[in-house]
Design a protein around this ligand. Structure first.
Ligand SMILES: Cc1cc2nc3c(=O)[nH]c(=O)nc-3n(C[C@H](O)[C@H](O)[C@H](O)COP(=O)(O)O)c2cc1C
Length: 238
């Protein structure tokens, strides 16, 4: 990772000044963080970048809760308790069995890279569960952003706006010398999360992003996912 001390230029930005393509290519999901807290002005700068994301009719549906310190520890304990009890209350479904064909192949390849990277031997269910539980320990991150959204129609358009926001947030983290990971798992216990963060039922929890300074020595940060060539996903016409 970059040196965590970002430079402040004369536009007031906290950017490291990386070229756009470097930011895009350096961003990767971080699964091991240092305990060092991120200065508040840098978190604000990242949030202000994310705020520039486009959205349907400029509705800006993201309702972001940044959780740190004792509150993050309280939330982690509450979520791990629900995990232990198997008390899942997601606002939106998620099921690996819904993937098919190429998508299922990619999901399986990701799962293999994930457990291998985390040092879990095939068939070691106990280690597997312990590694999965790291999701609700925020991979040791000192901060997490919870992305709540209002409930409109079938939710698809709102969720696409949230994705735009989340990726801008993630790229901004990289640009600030930070790292993050989007986690569907952080939406698995929506009721408890709303209760701990005092969020109204009006808002649905899509996912969360753990963030902070990457720990270069964490096993989870050895995982490097590739991408198919654009020829697999893009069709040119005309
Ligand atoms: C919306 C979303 C949810 C995700 N949820 C999780 C999660 O719950 N736990 C996790 O470890 N990784 C999660 N990931 C990370 C993906 O596994 C990762 O983005 C993918 O493997 C590509 O790797 P990269 O982000 O390092 O490029 C999620 C990614 C996205 C975009």
């Amino acid at each position: 990772m970059e040196n965590p001390t970002s430079t402040k230029d004369n536009t007031g930005s906290q950017s490291t000044g990386l070229a756009f393509q470097d930011v895009v290519r350096r961003r990767k999901s971080c699964r091991g963080f240092l305990p060092t807290a991120v200065p508040g002005e840098i978190i604000t700068s990242v949030l202000e970048d994310a705020q520039q994301a486009p959205s349907n009719c400029n509705t800006q549906p993201w309702n972001t809760h940044i959780v740190s310190g004792d509150k993050l520890r309280e939330l982690s304990a509450a979520l791990l308790k629900e995990l232990e009890a198997g008390n899942f209350t997601p606002d939106f479904t998620f099921d690996n069995d819904h993937f098919y064909g190429t998508y299922s192949d990619r999901q399986k390849a990701q799962g293999k890279a994930y457990y291998e990277g985390m040092g879990v031997a095939r068939g070691d269910r106990e280690s597997r569960r312990a590694v999965e539980a790291l999701n609700w320990k925020f991979y040791n991150a000192p901060h997490a952003a919870f992305l709540f959204m209002p409930s409109f129609g079938d939710h698809v358009r709102v969720a696409s706006d949230m994705g735009m926001y989340a990726q801008t947030f993630l790229l901004s983290l990289t640009d600030h010398g930070l790292a993050g990971i989007p986690q569907t798992g952080l939406g698995f216990f929506a009721e408890t999360t709303r209760k701990v963060l005092n969020v109204s039922d009006e808002f649905k929890l899509l996912f969360g992003i753990s963030f902070g300074f990457a720990d270069p020595d964490a096993p989870g940060n050895s995982i490097q996912m590739g991408r198919d060539p654009i020829s697999k996903n893009v069709t040119f016409h005309g």
